[in-house]
Design a protein around this ligand. Sequence first.
Ligand SMILES: [Zn+2]
Length: 270
Amino acid sequence: MIKIDTALIMIVLLVLGISIVSYLVMYRKENKKCIQAELQQKSTMYILLGAPGAGKGTLSERCIELLSFKHLSTGNLFRHHIDTNTAIGQKVKELIKAGSLVSDDIVVDMVREELAAVVANSAQQSLFLDGFPRTVEQAKILLAMIKEPVFSNLDVKAVHLWLPSIDIVVDRLTSRLVCSNKDCQATYSIKDLNDVEKAAMICKKCGGKLIKRSDDEVDAIRKRLEIYQQAEKEIIEQFALANIPIIRLDASGKAEDIYQNFVQQIGMTK
Ligand SMILES: [Zn+2]
């Protein structure tokens, strides 16, 4: 009796041992597969196109917060290079001092450096390129850059926040109130304020005075938008020629709808 019991226990232990070992081996294989799949996944750069006021900022904020997107803004890059006094920053400072424009080459150098860092990171990453290209010449330079071998693992798509009418943005921009406190610069829409707040015109964050745009500014905004739209048309033509997929988003709707439309079109959830 004792002998049979011992044999039985031995068999049970043996089967158990084999199961554990084979489970561990399989688990490791699966794990390895997952890591490899992740390494093979490409990073995706979405080039943001849209007039000032079309909602690029709002869309990128949501994607950064909810989808862990990275935001590559040429405006922020400039500030970073100037603040940290890099070689590019020094060059830009000299140009500004001399009253000259910063050349496209400098902007591209900055973008290249940032993008290369993202691509070098093995983890898959989605990012927005914001503020570039602004002209058809810049679009051509950018399209040439992404063909460089270092970016062979980068998917490039354009996101076009298109407007059925320029008036929508003019309305958005002219109903915007800005805090006059230089350190605050909070923005409000006049449509969101009640009558008391409209009469007071005081910033809720810092108590500074809120200012509205003048009619001259509105005219200037309209002119700037018309120039922008012409450039945008030419940029999109270049992207189409280069077979860059273009995600079209109707920018006349609510910010939430624009975001949902974008998420749906890129096949992400949230
Ligand atoms: Zn303020």
